[in-house]
Design a protein around this ligand. Structure first.
Ligand SMILES: O=C(O)C(=O)C[C@]1(C(=O)O)C=C[C@@H](O)C=C1
Length: 90
């Protein structure tokens, strides 16, 4: 593939990532509403640790594992921020 073709493929992947990010955040907003209604805390460290363990196990090597951990730690931070907004804590 030439540079233009590779970039087109990167663009397609990025569009898909944004679509899935929006879907994930919308589901986490729903969880936020549920937690608010049921007086549950936003932060669930056990769930987050379990998620990171499963996702990191999908990595091919150590550097992938670190990047996946960094990426998903940040994504979960984002969803906690949105849930805090739903709770009126922002
Ligand atoms: O599963 C939950 O309870 C969520 O609120 C979702 C989520 C996530 O982004 O995956 C976010 C915050 C919690 O600390 C744990 C996980």
């Amino acid at each position: 593939m030439n540079l233009q073709e590779i970039r087109k493929s990167v663009d397609d992947v990025d569009n898909e990532i944004v679509r899935l990010y929006k879907k994930r955040m919308s589901l986490c907003d729903e969880i936020g509403e549920y937690k608010k209604k049921n007086n549950m805390p936003i932060y669930d460290p056990v769930r987050e640790k379990e998620k990171l363990k499963i996702l990191c196990s999908l990595a091919d090597d150590n550097s992938d594992r670190q990047e996946i951990e960094e990426l998903f730690s940040h994504i979960m931070l984002m969803s906690r921020k949105r849930q805090a907004f739903i709770f009126g804590e922002d």
